[in-house]
Design a binder for this molecule. Sequence first.
Ligand code: UT7
Length: 318
Amino acid sequence: MRSRIAGTGSRLPDRIVTNRDLEAMVETTDEWIVSRTGIRERRIAADGEFTSDLALAASRHALAAAGLRAGDIDLIVLATSTPDMVFPSSACLLQKKLGIRHGAAFDVQAVCSGFVYALATADQFIRSGMHKRALVVGAEVFSRILDWKDRGTCVLFGDGAGAVVLEGSTDAGILSAHLHADGAYADILSTPGHVCGGKVLGDPTLKMDGGAVFKLAVRVLEESAHEALAANGLSVSDVDWFVAHQANVRIISHTAKKLGIAADRCVVTVDVHANTSAASIPLALDVAARDGRIQRGDLVLLAGVGGGFTWGSVLIRW
Ligand code: UT7
């Protein structure tokens, strides 16, 4: 028994913010942002639009693609670092909005590796038979935790949500998942503020050592890809689609080059989505599944990396 992706979906907020728009807000240029990151524009959630709202639209989209109704779902695993509230989890808020009153729902917090962590988790529940059909969602409103005066970070991120429906299968599906973490790197990417005594204590905006993150990301994405392929007796030439975390087009192309994966086998959406953290991989998957690139039978390699630090892979026979 494996778990296979029966449908994908996504939701981007309506508001587009271009690099030119950012030129009016911080000392930056479209040329700098494009040459250093590949990002041209990002979506920003409207006031009052929350993670669970984006997750709801992405989930409905994925359910429709799978030909299922919300009531068919008995597990929701939602990856986010920007939940609607301290609690309940955004997964429970999504469950309520979908009108589901059975099964289990919980959030996973692994920052930009969140979707890979969530998919690996849901895969275990489906393969064990404990749950029948899962919604696995990555949804974020990172615009809410950015320092809009810090040009080193505010130009990099965007909001959005992606979702997949996972169900049992006897043929195609998830071949393997490998997860890693090393908390020793906690300081190079963090949002250190917390709620205490009715106040936010510490800085509630994202802080990053961009150079250190870049180097670590390229190293662990390459290691994750090799680990996934070796565990399945496959090689780089077997990979039809490489879907890495969409943080920076240079991180994706450096990693692909080191692995020997051709540029046209890499799914890239960071140019129009920017870095949507846990939503980046399911958003990219939905784009490539809907435009016909990813076909049944294809070998799809997902590789995530993010704060924590966390990283890992999921290898899928689509
Ligand atoms: O999901 C994981 C999340 N994070 C990431 O993946 C980020 C990983 N890191 C990166 O993508 C890159 O390190 C950055 C895009 C953040 C930076 O690119 P870089 O080529 O490493 O640039 P840099 O940090 O070496 O900065 C070069 C210069 C600096 O000026 P000085 O000190 O050389 O005078 C920065 O102050 O660029 C300056 N700079 C900017 N200039 C214009 C930084 N941000 C901007 C900006 N516009 N937005």
